[in-house]
Design a protein around this ligand. Structure first.
Ligand code: NAI
Length: 328
């Protein structure tokens, strides 16, 4: 089987080369360029393409992949909101993804953002480097005995709920489908109740039509004053303009974002030389109680190894005509 790997970073290549030793029948060629309508033609002669969260796997790309003979799309990520799954279905191209490679990796990063922004670690780090050991502006609050609100209790939300319980927090959750294994220590409530009761709100639901801009003017108004909001899920769950208004109105004690609306389509770009004066992310960064990371929640050694392993397993299953449960 021939696989064309788009948007290759050195760490992707390292993890796929390592796992690939166990799959000698799968030959990979790596491309630096990302998958988009104009680069789909490069996949001519390949059975499969491997793409990622910022790849453009929309209608046009899927059509082109079909014309160039690609038979399967392997997403090396959980989310697939950048893939026109319906179009792929029409062309008989299965889309396989990696639904859960290391939920703990993302949940631990969500807690890192919550703690970081609570204890103002981003400010403390810079202050101490400047030889300023004063504590002004660094006061946080205990998570112990406070309330965490988890929106979406799938794999990552469940891991986050367990971490919060470990911190001695009361854990509330909101999900369309309740996870019975969590009921021992979390309480499912309505979204309204979660918003009004929680000191820390962490988003772990997927980006769907009914979750788009879930955090907006109205839902922010229902939150407790002084809440910490963390989003490691998808940027468009939060309406950024409304979030900025909320921050300006001192609604939030802190905001930790690993994902943000503006990141798509080029998530992992080095934008250090761009002028960001019109960017809403730059506006967010101008607030001292906002901490932003670059979609790195998944980025641990264990997660990368698991992503590679599952992608190869998906490819193998597709070749054998087996279903995996990893279909998008
Ligand atoms: P999952 O599919 O295991 O869980 C998602 C949960 O959200 C499910 O329990 C589902 O019932 C719930 N849900 C769906 N619609 C909802 C709604 N309207 N309101 C409340 N809950 C709703 O997914 P998993 O693996 O936990 O991932 C969650 C999200 O995390 C992904 O969709 C992805 O966007 C994001 N993610 C972020 C990463 C990062 O590096 N920052 C890495 C991996 C995933």
């Amino acid at each position: 089987m021939k696989l064309l790997f788009y948007d290759t970073k050195s760490y992707d290549r390292a993890s796929f080369d390592e796992a690939g030793k166990r799959y000698p029948d799968i030959a990979i060629d790596y491309l630096k360029t990302d998958l988009a309508p104009r680069t789909a033609s490069l996949a001519q002669g390949y059975d499969a393409v491997c793409a990622f969260v910022n790849s453009d796997v929309g209608t046009e790309t899927v059509k082109a992949l079909h014309e160039f003979g690609v038979k399967v799309i392997l997403m090396r990520c959980a989310g697939f909101n950048n893939v026109d799954v319906e179009a792929a279905g029409r062309y008989g191209i299965p889309v396989l993804r990696v639904p859960g490679y290391s939920p703990e990796a993302v949940a631990e990063h969500a807690m890192a953002l919550a703690l970081g922004v609570n204890r103002r670690l981003h400010k403390a780090y810079v202050k101490v480097r400047e030889n300023d050991f004063s504590l002004s502006g660094l006061m946080g609050f205990n998570f112990y005995q406070k309330t965490a609100g988890i929106i979406g209790t799938g794999k990552i939300g469940a891991a986050m709920a367990k971490i919060c319980r470990g911190f001695g927090m009361r854990v509330l959750a909101y999900d369309l489908y309740e996870n019975p294994s969590l009921k021992e220590f979390i309480t499912y409530v309505s979204l309204e109740e979660l918003l009004s009761e929680s000191d820390l709100i962490s988003l772990h639901c997927p980006l769907l039509e009914n979750t788009y801009h879930l955090v907006n003017k109205d839902t922010i108004a229902k939150m407790k004053d002084g809440v910490i909001l963390v989003n490691t899920s998808r940027g468009a769950l939060v309406k950024t303009e409304d979030l900025i208004d909320g921050i300006r109105a001192h609604k939030f004690f802190g905001v930790g974002l690993d994902v943000y609306e503006e990141e798509t389509p080029n998530v992992f770009e080095d934008r250090s030389e761009q002028i960001l004066e019109h960017s809403i992310t730059a506006r967010l960064l101008s607030f001292p109680n906002v901490m932003i990371t670059s979609h790195q929640g998944f980025f641990t050694r264990e997660a990368l190894a698991a992503i590679a392993e599952t992608t190869f397993e998906n490819a193998k299953a597709w070749e054998k005509g087996e279903t995996t449960g990893n279909e998008a």
